[in-house]
Design a protein around this ligand. Structure first.
Ligand code: FAI
Length: 508
């Protein structure tokens, strides 16, 4: 008679599964709460304590941690000596294990959870059984996911599970216990306020497989952080349109990170992870109008993020252009009706109001770089005026606006702005004056009276000279170059105001 051990916190689907096993003549052994449910459903099952001849102790801290259980799980069926030892000690082999673990993740996600409660929800016996069974998968079928009950039962009804099928289930178990332990380790690191630990086990859960990666010949999938909540494309609700692509997700993330900079109504249009137009306004409709006007060419096929509910006026404007995605905290019924007329537009609902991402992780070949997110901001009080002339109030407003945007443009980055709107963006250039030339050329005649932001200092005065020529009247940059004085001299000679932020915003 084959033997199954069932011990589950999440009891989903366990009754029909156990019924199926009983019908296949399995002897079922089980722990406290699970046993009770099985017996109440009329399924014959015996207590693990009857098998171990040892009662559950310490509120369940020790119940299945016993040689009668682990011997039954770990004995190699093809090893005569192992099987002989089982016989000598009157241990019955266990052929199937269905275990899922104490809800550690749900527990730590509860508001006001205590450390004691979190610790009590660290499962010890469950992972131990899962690991024993998974190590000995050749002889033991191991199930950690209720989604696998049906297929496993059908396979057992047909006969035995194949070696490959059992190995797949074992692989799933090791992923599951690794994920479980990674969450516990992260919880402890947070409690202990530890950073840069000697090892770092990140854990992510699949959101979706993607049709392809950055290019069609690359395979790809999207994973989300198993623990961190908050504003993330992974938590967005898709209201309309086809599945997001790899590039969509990257661009949508870039747009979201920029729009989160603003408290006032703001709209951001992104292409290839750089903003092509950003606008702020009294209303979301006027903010979007500015973002669109900033660069009506580049926005085509772009991604737009807004930080207010999309209303009719905004939807009418959005509808006029081909956009891949619109992200907003909401859409009015009228806006939805207008936008869903477009089959190909993707609409994502996501509030851009909280950041909880503790670390920014990027991969390099064979490794990862980990750093804090760039949440650095400056206010008027942080600025140092470097020139004879101070910026006017209007210039100051535009300087701080441009500074928020330039932080999100790939380095070397220059943003030219005027009237709450970007009018030129120079991104990802290998020299700073090159980025400035692109931004100023895009701004054209409109650069007269505009402001310019630079993500890093000016190694020489050429960027300032280009700005002067285009008619820019105020500049914001970190300062700190050996040749700052040369740039200041050019500004003073042309009555330009320049402020230092003392904070750099490289973005690679
Ligand atoms: N300590 C043990 O020996 C032990 N054995 C199994 N468990 C867990 O107890 C839970 C099931 O408990 P119950 O059947 O009493 O509802 C399962 O999540 C299982 O992983 C244990 N609990 C935690 O460590």
């Amino acid at each position: 008679m084959p033997r199954a051990l069932i011990s589950v916190s999440d009891k989903t689907g366990i009754i029909p599964f156990a019924k199926g096993l009983a019908a296949l003549d399995y002897e079922i052994i089980s722990t406290g709460g699970t046993l009770k449910q099985l017996q109440e459903a009329g399924i014959p099952a015996v207590a693990v304590s009857e098998v171990t001849k040892f009662d559950e102790i310490m509120d369940g801290r020790v119940k299945t941690l016993h040689p009668a259980i682990h011997g039954g799980l770990l004995a190699r069926r093809d090893d005569e000596s192992h099987m002989q030892q089982l016989k000598e000690r009157d241990i019955t082999p266990i052929d199937l294990v269905a275990v899922n673990l104490y809800p550690f993740k749900n527990t730590i996600e509860k508001t006001g959870v205590t450390e004691a409660d979190a610790i009590e929800n660290i499962d010890i016996g469950g992972p131990t059984m899962l690991r024993s069974a998974a190590k000995n998968f050749a002889g033991v079928t191991v199930l950690v996911d209720p989604d696998d009950y049906d297929t496993t039962l059908s396979a057992l009804q047909q006969g035995e599970l194949s070696y490959e099928a059992k190995r797949r289930l074992a692989g799933k178990v090791f992923r599951h216990t690794a994920n479980y332990d990674a969450m516990i380790a992260a919880y402890f690191a947070e409690l202990n306020e530890e950073q840069d630990t000697e090892t770092m086990t990140l854990t992510y859960e699949k959101v979706q497989s993607l049709r392809y990666g950055e290019n069609p010949h690359q395979k790809a999938a999207f994973y989300k952080d198993a623990i961190v909540k908050g504003a993330s494309i992974a938590n967005a609700k898709q209201l309309h349109g086809k599945e997001l692509s790899y590039n969509n997700i990257q661009d949508a993330n870039a747009a979201l990170e920029i729009v989160m900079e603003f408290q006032e109504p703001a709209a951001v249009a992104v292409k290839h992870m750089n903003p092509c137009g950003v606008g702020i306004g009294e209303t979301i409709s006027s903010a979007f109008h500015k973002a669109f006007e900033a660069d009506p060419t580049s926005i085509f096929g772009g991604i737009v993020a807004l930080n207010r509910e999309v209303d009719r006026d905004t939807a009418l404007q959005l509808k006029e252009i081909f956009l891949e995605i619109v992200i907003a905290p909401g859409f009015t019924e009228e806006a939805m009706a207008l936008l869903t007329e477009k089959k190909n537009i993707r609409l994502l609902e996501l509030a851009a109001d909280k950041i909880q991402q503790p670390k920014k992780v990027v991969s390099v070949s064979g490794g990862l770089l980990v750093q804090d997110y760039d949440i650095g901001t400056v206010t008027e009080a942080d600025l140092t005026v470097a020139t004879d002339r101070k910026p006017t109030e209007e210039e100051l407003k535009n300087l701080l606006f441009a500074w928020k945007v330039v932080k999100h443009v790939k380095s070397n980055a220059i943003v030219v702005a005027k009237d709450d709107q970007t009018i030129g963006v120079g991104a990802g250039q290998m020299n700073r004056v090159g980025a400035a030339k692109i931004a100023l050329e895009q701004a054209g005649e409109n650069a007269a009276g505009a402001v310019l932001a630079s993500d890093a200092f000016f190694p020489m005065p050429d960027t300032v000279e280009a700005a002067v020529k285009a008619g820019v009247t105020a500049i914001i940059q970190p300062g700190g170059s050996k040749r700052d004085e040369d740039s200041v001299a050019v500004c003073n000679a042309h009555n330009i105001a320049m402020v230092y932020t003392d904070m750099r915003h490289f973005k690679h």
